[in-house]
Design a protein around this ligand. Structure first.
Ligand SMILES: [Zn+2]
Length: 138
């Protein structure tokens, strides 16, 4: 069931709210970015995220995989504390809208909610998002 969570970076400069259902599945991707950032995310429609404060504290690191239209991904992080509360992406057909990849670890979810959230491991490294990655170590 969808629920509204508050989220923030570490220092609190960036605060956001998002409506999502952690039980619907989170993602640990093995692409070149997510594996280095150890990004644990959940995809949320753009309309279900609201930046409460700190948009001006976000640094926009852009990286777009070769097969995606440019500019597709904005891998933002807080310029004060370096934490990545979310990334933003362009139109994603499976979601029917632009999206946020919200950092699950930045949500004010309870330990029980985080521990019970299912994790999917797509093979982003090989642009095979519909297939599981061969190794799950993130
Ligand atoms: Zn911060």
């Amino acid at each position: 069931m969808k629920k509204t969570y508050q989220g923030s970076c570490h220092c609190g400069a960036v605060v956001f709210a998002c409506e999502t259902d952690l039980a619907a599945g989170t993602i640990r991707c093995n692409c070149s970015f997510c594996s280095k950032a150890r990004f644990w995310m959940i995809l949320v429609k753009e309309a279900d995220v609201r930046i409460v404060q700190g948009e001006d504290a976000l640094t926009d690191y852009r990286h777009t995989p070769a097969h995606m239209p440019e500019p597709f991904l904005h891998l933002t992080f807080c310029r004060h504390c370096g934490v990545r509360p979310f990334s933003r992406g362009g139109f994603l057909p499976m979601m029917g809208s632009a999206f946020f990849a919200v950092n699950v670890a930045c949500l004010d979810a309870t330990d029980e909610e985080l521990a019970s959230a299912p994790v999917n491991y797509p093979d982003g490294r090989n642009n095979a998002w519909e297939k599981p990655a061969p190794y799950h170590y993130l």
